[in-house]
Design a binder for this molecule. Structure first.
Ligand SMILES: *[C@@H]1O[C@H](CO)[C@@H](O)[C@H](O)[C@H]1NC(C)=O
Ligand SMILES: *[C@@H]1O[C@H](CO)[C@@H](O)[C@H](O)[C@H]1NC(C)=O
Ligand SMILES: *[C@@H]1O[C@H](CO)[C@@H](O)[C@H](O)[C@H]1NC(C)=O
Ligand SMILES: *[C@@H]1O[C@H](CO)[C@@H](O)[C@H](O)[C@H]1NC(C)=O
Ligand SMILES: *[C@@H]1O[C@H](CO)[C@@H](O)[C@H](O)[C@H]1NC(C)=O
Ligand SMILES: *[C@@H]1O[C@H](CO)[C@@H](O)[C@H](O)[C@H]1NC(C)=O
Ligand SMILES: *[C@@H]1O[C@H](CO)[C@@H](O)[C@H](O)[C@H]1NC(C)=O
Length: 360
């Protein structure tokens, strides 16, 4: 008998299952429900979909009315509540209201597995009716697998990865956060940076976003490269004064410095000499420059990827006396640094003027 009944509702198998369940539940005489399946005699309504976030509480309500003999809420084909009787073993499911007007149950802490069709079945003395509602569970995005902070050498191929869960499926975007660079990014889980340069070092941000929320995480990318030193500037100092030679190196990781006088290494604590390193800068200080200190010094900057050097000349400035003053500014400085000995046009003019004046 029942098999025959089901054969007739192949197109709506679900409804068939519901009717079967109800028949079992209400122990209806076999003959009646078979006929009551016809569209003319039973009422089957589809309510609007309900969208709910994971973790929230879902209320399922359906209207009752007079002459209701039996009523039930079903999850797919299994009965959650039959009237006041709880059939579900799930502790999250409970009865809220059951009276003449409504039949409401709630499901706490909704999860993805709760998604699907829920059906309220109502049996009256005249005819059964069902109300179905489709539950859609949304999950905020969560980044579950992210590349660790990374240290690479310049020229490496870098791949950053960001995987996220969520429903609807989150869209993933990579961008360079600091220094901010809009030209560098990716609209998917993988950010590839071939032959990375030092200018691509920084903080990268992965954003996973869907309709309901956004999750962001950052990755710090360090790019190592060998030192480069800026050209040393020669320094002129008068005998007995303080002289400071400066050497600046750009390197990651930060460079260590070594100072040489010709081929001889100079160490901190040498007589009247101090070497002071502060980040990218190293200073060699002579507290009381003597005749022997004048000469050619080399600063070498070293890190694990290489080294670079520059030479700086410490040269003597003759204390200006009355005689040297008369000779004009060009003679004041000792000339092995090149730049300091050049006669500027204004200097030449001054000298010419002076000579002209002296003639009169
Ligand atoms: C309800 O959700 C189902 C399953 O996701 C979908 O097929 C259907 O189109 C939705 N109906 C409405 C009215 O949004
Ligand atoms: C609904 O049915 C599905 C599939 O059987 C199950 O995983 C889920 O826990 C059920 N939810 C409730 C609230 O009964
Ligand atoms: C993260 O992704 C990497 C690369 O696909 C994979 O090797 C690793 O097992 C993943 N880790 C986790 C916790 O999923
Ligand atoms: C980086 O990728 C390029 C091709 O994209 C390849 O030719 C090169 O060998 C790779 N370099 C390293 C260090 O893997
Ligand atoms: C600098 O050195 C000279 C010669 O060694 C010495 O005469 C002078 O007193 C020193 N000056 C200072 C400030 O130490
Ligand atoms: C200083 O020494 C370096 C290396 O020893 C050399 O290359 C450079 O030409 C020297 N500079 C001067 C001005 O002598
Ligand atoms: C300085 O650098 C040059 C190449 O730029 C190298 O030939 C020389 O050996 C270096 N000197 C020192 C002291 O490292």
């Amino acid at each position: 008998m029942k098999m025959v009944a089901c054969g007739g509702c192949a197109a709506s198998w679900r409804r068939c299952v519901v009717v079967m369940s109800l028949r079992l539940l209400f122990l209806l005489p076999a003959g009646l429900p078979v006929r009551s399946q016809g569209e003319s005699q039973s009422d089957n309504k589809q309510m609007d979909n309900i969208t709910i976030r994971q973790g929230e509480t879902l209320f399922l309500s359906c209207s009752q009315g007079d002459f209701v003999t039996h009523t039930a809420w079903l999850n797919r084909s299994s009965i959650l509540y039959a009237g006041e009787d709880k059939w579900s073993v799930d502790p999250r499911v409970s009865l809220v209201t059951l009276n003449q007007d409504e039949f409401t149950i709630k499901i706490e802490d909704v999860d993805l597995t709760d998604e699907g069709q829920y059906i309220c079945a109502v049996q009256t003395s005249s005819r059964p009716r069902t109300t179905s509602v489709h539950i859609i569970v949304q999950v905020p995005p969560k980044i579950v697998n992210l590349s660790k902070d990374l240290v690479v050498n310049e020229g490496s191929n870098v791949t950053l990865m960001c995987l996220a869960n969520g429903k609807p499926e989150p869209a993933i975007v990579w961008r360079m956060l600091s220094p901010s660079d809009d030209s560098l990014g990716s609209d998917n889980e993988v950010l590839e940076i071939p032959f990375i340069s030092r200018y691509r070092a920084g903080v990268y941000e992965c954003t996973a976003a869907n309709d309901i929320a956004v999750d962001t995480q950052t990755v710090e990318l360090t790019v190592n490269y060998p030192p480069s030193v800026s050209d040393g500037r020669d320094v002129g100092v008068t005998l007995g004064q303080i002289g400071v030679l400066e050497c600046e190196a750009d390197a990651v990781p930060e460079a260590d410095f070594e100072w040489y006088r010709d081929d001889r290494r100079i160490f901190n604590g040498f007589d009247g000499i101090e070497i002071e390193d502060a980040g990218a800068l190293s200073k060699l200080t002579f507290f009381n420059v003597s005749e022997a200190d004048y000469g050619n010094y080399t600063c070498v900057a070293i890190n694990k990827l290489g080294s670079a050097n520059t030479s700086i000349v410490l040269y003597e400035i003759i204390e200006p006396t009355s005689s040297t003053l008369l000779q004009g500014p060009g003679a004041v400085q000792d000339g092995n640094s090149g730049t300091s000995t050049v006669f500027t046009p204004t200097c030449l003019l001054l000298i010419l003027l002076l000579q002209l004046l002296l003639k009169f």
